[in-house]
Design a protein around this ligand. Sequence first.
Ligand code: HEC
Ligand code: HEC
Length: 296
Amino acid sequence: MKNTLKRAGLILGTLAGLFLLAVIILSIIGSNKLNKQYNIQPESVAVGSDTAVLQRGQYLYSISCAGCHGDNLAGTPFFDDPGLGSIPASNLTTGTGGIGAVYSETDLVRAIRHGIDNEGKPLMIMPAGAFWYYSDEDLAAIIAYLKNAVPIDNDLGEKNLKLMGRILVGAGLLDVLAAEHIDHAASRPAAPPPQVDAAYGQYLVNVSDCRSCHGAALSGGQSSEPGAPPGPDLTPGGNLADWPTVDFITAMRTGTTLDGRQLSPEFMPWEDYGRMTDDDLTTIFLYLQSLPANGK
Ligand code: HEC
Ligand code: HEC
């Protein structure tokens, strides 16, 4: 009896020790990933400021950025969890707490296209892997719009990832660093002219990050967000096969599908996509309908 207890105690002690070791190793790996230094000299893009450019920038900001950084660019608390930590979506203006005054145009290209901050560290959550596809012209328009933003004071505090958050990053279970997945040296596909055709539809799908939840071939996938339902097949192999274009537009504007289901805005960001023009939504649908069924 005594021996059995002793043995059990030894096993438990060893397990506790191993657990502690795993926690320490994973938190170190996590911290290393978060503090990794990326030396990337981004391309320079020619930032103009005429009305057409600013309007284009405002439109692209509204569909790609406002959902996290706010309509007024002053940022939002975005992620705040008592166990994991807090990651605000930064105030992008020159007001108090904003990054507008310290980020140069080059810094902005690095952040938006490569997911790296002005000190060379990877940004969290920012979907730079999708924005990587933005053409020089469109990226320049977004930057012009940011540079002309009305300053708003909104201090959201520093980001702070707690031990549990760092462990999850270390274990690869919290996949929030876009910079890790971007091929920073790759050349960008030529941007097609903005018109209602499948080529431009593909461009819009790429910059809108649809693939991160609906799969690389858009034939079904899973977002990394805990608790998210699977992203359905968007090719003609799925439900959309017999949707008229107008019903696709309605689903993206209201979240209600042809067969009366309600898409949850928490897991499918239709509220942002719903701000797209009819032409852009039609263009996306054209591209989806042109895909091989089930991605095969
Ligand atoms: C899914 C939410 C999300 C979207 C969409 C998003 N961002 Fe971000 N962004 C964030 C978060 C969160 C941070 C802070 C990351 C950090 O501090 O590690 C951030 C950081 C940034 C930074 C760096 C600021 C700093 O504090 O160093 C810039 C610049 C930026 N975003 C611009 C944009 C632009 C422009 C767009 C649209 C093209 C955009 N973001 C879209 C969430 C988002
Ligand atoms: C953050 C993850 C995410 C992104 C990004 C995303 N989706 Fe979704 N989408 C989902 C999820 C999850 C569902 C299922 C939601 C539900 O059932 O409530 C869905 C459902 C849909 C549906 C309804 C499909 C059906 O069979 O009923 C359409 C259409 C759709 N998405 C189109 C798009 C398009 C187009 C894009 C890019 C412009 C996109 N989604 C980007 C997660 C995402």
